[in-house]
Design a protein around this ligand. Structure first.
Ligand SMILES: [Zn+2]
Ligand SMILES: [Zn+2]
Length: 120
């Protein structure tokens, strides 16, 4: 009986080690495979202009803009703090109504970075 027990124990720890090895192997692999956690500040990470919904965390004012960009925010015109969009979606191609939008360049991080309106 004693003998059987020790065999069983040895088997048990061997199995554990195998599982552990597999687990480590797996986690190392997934670490390598996983894309670098990007420092995305906005939901949209594409290159194009997007439609964004903004909400100022300070005054709770909400606004939307068809000139919102990946990792770019717009200033709340009341609080003058930069706010990143909480929701973004790609502009539908062919919809030109977005171009009619008044775009406050002095509040838009992208415009400021470009030095001109990001609409053009
Ligand atoms: Zn505000
Ligand atoms: Zn802009």
């Amino acid at each position: 009986m004693e003998h059987l027990k020790s065999v069983h124990n040895r088997l048990g720890s061997l199995q554990l080690r195998t599982i552990l090895k597999h687990y480590l192997h797996y986690s190392i692999n997934t670490n390598n495979m996983a894309p670098k956690k990007d420092t995305g500040k906005t939901p949209y990470q594409g290159k194009k202009r997007a439609f964004g919904n903004f909400k100022c965390p300070k005054c709770n004012r909400t606004w939307s803009s068809a000139n919102s960009w990946a990792n770019m925010g717009q200033e709340c015109k009341t609080c003058r703090i930069n706010v990143y969009p909480y929701h973004q979606e790609e502009l539908k191609p062919g919809n030109t109504s977005y171009n009619q939008e008044q775009h406050p360049e002095h509040l838009c991080e992208k415009c400021k970075q470009l030095g001109h309106s990001c609409k053009n």
